[in-house]
Write a protein that binds this ligand. Structure first.
Ligand SMILES: O=C(CO)[C@H](O)[C@H](O)COP(=O)(O)O
Ligand SMILES: [Fe+2]
Length: 228
């Protein structure tokens, strides 16, 4: 099958931004394709960040699309509220949903793109027959919970299998990677077939976050072009 022409999207994670001035921090990344917001509940993951009221405030503070990554238990109960808050995409963890197909349909019905995330050790294959229900599949490249961790190369074959399965089935699902994405790792992730890249410390740790995200996106696009 001919290689599909794909675009590259770079979503900076505000997990590495200064939470005391989030509006200003988001204003430093005007070239971002979306703002990645990590919601953690200190239950699904051993860390606590922010919830719906802060997402609603971020929605008012920027016109950039919001990409919500829910690392929370009982996603079936809580995820729809983030779609109602005006997020462009809401991604729940498969490990935290009792009814992922129903939840994905509910997110779409509420006007958001439906995303589903898998931890590094969660198998892809049981979920391949629901790719048509998803706008985005997030393959975690670190254990969820913290920024600044090292990229797990062991996830690369899963990225390849996801991209292959989506292309073979003709399903236009985006494959997002999140965790440890940097100038050292983004080429491998792009060559494996990822097309949406989350980067926290590699963007907000730079002197010029907007220049950093543009450079990462260019690097991913070059890698994608070279393996087409
Ligand atoms: O979901 C996440 C952690 O669970 C974050 O989005 C991710 O870690 C981004 O940070 P970095 O690019 O520094 O790894
Ligand atoms: Fe994330």
């Amino acid at each position: 099958m001919a290689e599909l022409q794909r675009s590259v999207h770079l979503h900076p994670s505000i997990l590495s931004a200064d939470f005391s001035r989030l509006g200003e921090e988001i204003a430093r990344i005007p070239s971002a394709d979306a703002v990645h917001v990590d919601v953690m509940d200190n239950h699904f993951v051993p860390n606590l960040t922010l919830g719906l009221p802060v997402v609603e405030a971020i929605r008012r503070a920027t016109s950039l699309p919001l990409d919500i990554h829910l690392m929370i238990s009982d996603a079936d109960r809580w995820a729809p509220g983030y779609a109602e808050a005006g997020a462009e995409s809401v991604t729940f963890h498969a490990e935290a949903s009792g009814a992922p197909i129903r939840l994905a349909r509910e997110l779409r019905a509420r006007g958001a793109q439906a995303g589903m995330a898998l931890k590094p050790a969660t198998a892809l294959e049981p979920y391949l027959d629901m790719l048509t229900e998803l706008d985005m599949l997030l393959l975690m490249t670190v254990e969820p919970g913290f920024g600044g961790q090292a990229f797990l190369e062991v996830v690369l074959p899963k990225i390849r299998r996801a991209r292959q399965a989506a292309d073979d089935a003709g399903v236009p699902v985006a494959v997002q990677v999140d965790g440890g994405i940097s100038a050292q790792t983004i080429t491998a992730a792009a060559e494996a077939g990822a097309d949406v890249f989350v980067a926290g410390s590699a963007v907000y740790g730079a002197d010029d976050p907007d220049a950093a995200l543009i450079a990462l996106r260019d690097q991913a696009a070059a890698a994608q072009g070279s393996c087409g």
